[in-house]
Structures are given as structure tokens and as C-alpha cells.
Design a protein around this ligand. Structure first.
Ligand code: ATP
Length: 424
């Protein structure tokens, strides 16, 4: 078998899309008499600064000879890739290996590309070692993603699906026409097998992109049948072509277990800690909350940005003393929250006691002297305990679909270690 990896062909301004290129390449392979076994859409580390949007890389698994595969990929890529855009740096990698039998080093490279920051030289050195064919344009930085896409099938166990419908090419750049009534109806009918199609609270068609480019919509879900069936019920402008990809979207494959003292920028983590101060809403509506690892004595600030909408209310509901697990990318030393779990809620607080006789607040009688009512002379040995009225329950909370990162796992997919409160 032959595995073709592709990346970095699009431009933020003019909008191409590497998934479109992969889809066209698959058609060209079929026309040339070849077969397509699998199409993978791999989301790499979302913290990469060079990304155009979602840091996607693509792999096509086929039976055509590697030399022919590279020639076909180059033929498709050259007219379509936005090589004149200074930020676009396309790359193609062709492996003459079965996808599940690529060397361990290639699978490890894929894992690192999802969880870490790499250099082009890392890819070039490994390409040299394993002897894969490759081509790069305008620096060919895309070979990082292309090589990662080649290694992904061996690297990851958990796969979801995305069915992408493409527009007629001449329509690109004009407003997309997707009938929202049929879309919202179909989204409801196939939930939760298909997720993140719409955001019901924001009334947003999450599956329809805003950026220019050939994608009309992309339906994501656990199985290929559901995403295809949902798509077939959406009324829209003509669909020029469509393709269903296996992907690591919605799997949290970017998260690494860590501890608060050891966080590094540009990686995404899942860490445990205790809330140490009240959440604070700052300019722009972003909500910040400090979380501490008491054993290491280290604190990290966590933030729910304004676009995470109603998720911020869940963060605002946290109180000092709550035990939590937080997940998100670290940037400038701050965790950008994607989801969090409440492990233990602080349900009581110490407060100044009131006088049994007159009902007024007592005063401190001095250091370690308890409390005293100034008027009645009654005393209390220490503070009183009040029950806190908590608007939060133990378990996982997440950003809503409108703010979801491609790679982040929606709670409705299950497999979490505590009760979940899915946003839909
Ligand atoms: P496209 O549709 O073109 O793929 P995108 O949003 O996926 O758009 P790219 O234009 O591909 O973003 O830009 C991402 C660039 O970062 C690519 O050149 C890719 O090879 C590189 N890259 C991917 N993962 C990493 C990583 N972990 N470390 C360093 N570079 C990476």
C-alpha cells in the first residue's frame, strides 16, 4: 500500500483547503485506475502559530505505486495550492508502507505533531531515515504535517468521522446557502451520534464555515452512517462533491497529563488542582480563575474567553476550595479552558457568628479569643459555619459547540471519569 500525506496548501485570505485537495487527489487516483482505502483528516497541535485555521493535515491510503502517487499529488497540488501566499508552505510525503505498518518512529512523530511543537528539520531528518519520497514548495514546512498524517493511522486508536460537502468552485467567496430549518432538524435527529453540527443555544450552524473556501459544511460524528445520513437531509445550494474522512477530531488526542508546576507554553494539558480565589471577569468578558497544586505549591491562571459564551457562567460558579481538573492549551503561562471537572465542591464556609440574644454580628474578641457580642456580652469560641448555595455539580463541564476546538472531545461522546454536563 501507499500512504500520501499532504499539508499546508491553503491561504487565510483566499481560502483553499487541504481537505479539498485530498478529495480531488482521491478522484484523480480513481480515474487513473487506483483504489482509495482510507482518507484521514488529522488535527495537529492547535497551538502551532503557522496554522491557517485548524491545523489539519491529510492522508490518502491507496494502492497506486509511490512514484505515480507523488506525480498525481504534485499535479493536483500545483494548480490549487496558494503557493504565492507567504504563509503557505505546502508539503507532500509518500510512504511505500502499509498505513498500519509504518515505522514506530513515524507513528511517534505523528503523536508529537499533535502534542508538541516540531521543526521542519525534525521532519526532514526522519524522512531521510525512513526513505520516503517528499516534495516541498516555498520552504515545504507542510512536510511536518504531511509526515504526521502518514504516521497517524498507527499512532492513534480513537477515530471519528467527518462528512464534508464542497461547493461548486465558482461559488467560493460568495455567501453559503444552507437551509437552517432542515439543518437544525437533521442535527437533532442524529444527535448524539453526530455532534457539533449546530449550537442550539446560540442558534448557530457550527458545521457551516465562515472563512472563504470550498467547504459548504462538515458533519462530524461517531460513525460514518450517521454523518452521511444527516448530510443527506440538509437542503442547500448544489454540492459539487463530498467525501467522508476518518479523523482524530473530537478525541482530546492533544491533551497530555501534567501537573501545574510543569506546564509549558504551546502544549495542551489535563491537570488537577484547587481553586484558590474567586473567578474574575475582566475586560472583554474573559473569565479568569487561579488553580493551585497544593503539594507542589504552584498556581496557574485559567481563562474562559468571551467566545466560550455560557461556559463562562460555569467557570464563574467556581469557588475557592473547589477541587477541579482543568483541560486546555497553555499560552503565556495561562490555561485556555476547553473543559473542566469539578471533583469536590466546597459546600460550607466559615463566617462571623451572630449573637443568639440580639441577632447582631459578633466581633472578634482578639487573636485566638473567639467572638463576642459588644452589646450583650455573649461569646462564641470560633467562627460559625454556613452552607453555601452552589450553582454547580460534581462532574465535567465544557465549552459549547460554537467554541469547540476541532480536536476537543465533546462530553456527549462519553468515556469520561465523572458525570458529564454536555453543552449542545
Ligand atoms: P491547511 O488547510 O492548509 O492545512 P491549516 O490551518 O491546517 O491549513 P496549515 O496552513 O497547514 O494550517 O499550517 C500549519 C503548518 O504547521 C504546516 O506547515 C504544518 O506542517 C505545521 N505543523 C503542524 N503541526 C506542527 C507541529 N506540531 N509543530 C510545528 N509545526 C507544525
Amino acid at each position: 500500500m501507499t500512504v500520501i500525506g499532504l499539508d499546508d496548501t491553503d491561504s487565510r485570505e483566499r481560502g483553499m483547503c487541504t481537505t479539498y485537495l485530498a478529495t480531488r487527489l482521491a478522484s484523480a487516483i480513481k480515474q487513473a485506475g487506483g483504489q482509495i482505502d482510507q482518507r484521514l483528516l488529522i488535527r495537529l497541535n492547535p497551538a502551532v502559530e503557522h496554522k491557517t485555521r485548524g491545523n489539519a493535515a491529510l492522508a490518502v491510503h491507496t494502492d497506486v505505486e509511490p512514484v505515480r502517487a507523488l506525480a498525481l499529488a504534485v499535479e493536483e497540488l500545483e494548480p490549487l495550492a496558494e503557493v504565492d501566499d507567504p504563509r503557505t508552505s505546502p508539503g507532500v510525503v509518500v510512504a511505500d508502507d502499509d498505513a498500519e505498518a509504518v515505522p514506530k518512529s513515524v507513528a511517534a512523530f505523528a503523536e508529537r505533531a499533535v502534542r508538541d511543537l516540531l521543526e521542519l528539520d525534525d521532519a526532514l531528518e526522519l524522512l531521510e531515515t525512513v526513505g520516503y519520497r517528499h516534495r516541498g514548495w516555498a520552504g515545504g514546512r507542510g512536510r511536518i504535517g504531511a509526515l504526521a498524517a502518514v504516521g497517524a493511522w498507527r499512532a492513534f486508536d480513537e477515530w471519528t468521522h467527518e462528512h464534508i460537502a464542497y461547493r461548486e468552485f465558482e461559488r467560493c467567496g460568495t455567501p453559503r446557502s444552507v437551509d437552517e430549518t432542515s439543518l437544525f432538524r437533521a442535527a437533532k435527529a442524529y444527535y448524539p451520534q453526530a455532534w457539533d453540527t449546530v449550537d442550539r443555544v446560540e442558534s448557530q450552524a457550527v458545521c457551516v464555515p465562515n472563512a472563504p473556501g470550498p467547504i459548504l459544511y462538515g458533519i462530524r460524528g461517531d460513525d460514518a452512517e450517521s454523518v452521511c445520513a444527516l448530510a443527506s437531509e440538509v437542503q442547500s445550494e448544489p454540492v459539487e462533491r463530498s467525501a467522508t474522512f476518518l479523523t482524530n477530531q473530537g478525541t482530546d488526542s492533544h491533551l497530555r497529563h501534567g501537573s501545574i508546576g510543569d506546564l509549558r507554553d504551546g502544549r495542551a494539558y489535563r491537570v488537577d488542582g484547587t481553586v484558590t480565589d474567586r473567578p474574575e471577569t475582566r475586560r472583554g468578558g474573559h473569565v479568569f480563575v487561579p488553580v493551585t497544586d497544593p503539594t507542589a505549591g504552584a498556581t496557574v491562571e485559567c481563562v474562559a474567553f468571551e467566545p466560550t459564551k455560557r461556559f463562562r457562567d460555569r467557570v464563574r460558579a467556581l469557588s475557592p476550595g473547589d477541587e477541579v481538573t482543568v483541560c486546555g492549551e497553555v499560552s503565556d503561562g495561562t490555561v485556555k479552558l476547553e473543559k473542566f471537572a469539578v471533583r469536590a465542591l466546597r459546600r460550607t464556609a466559615a463566617t462571623t457568628p451572630t449573637c443568639d440574644a440580639c441577632g447582631r454580628s459578633m466581633e472578634s474578641a482578639g487573636r485566638d479569643q473567639g467572638y463576642r457580642c459588644r452589646d450583650c456580652g455573649t461569646t462564641a469560641p470560633g467562627p460559625a459555619t454556613v452552607e453555601l448555595d452552589r450553582d454547580l455539580e460534581p462532574g465535567w463541564y465544557e465549552v459549547p459547540p460554537c467554541a469547540r476546538r476541532h480536536i476537543a472531545k465533546p462530553l456527549v461522546r462519553g468515556g469520561f471519569d465523572a458525570p458529564t454536563h454536555p453543552a449542545r
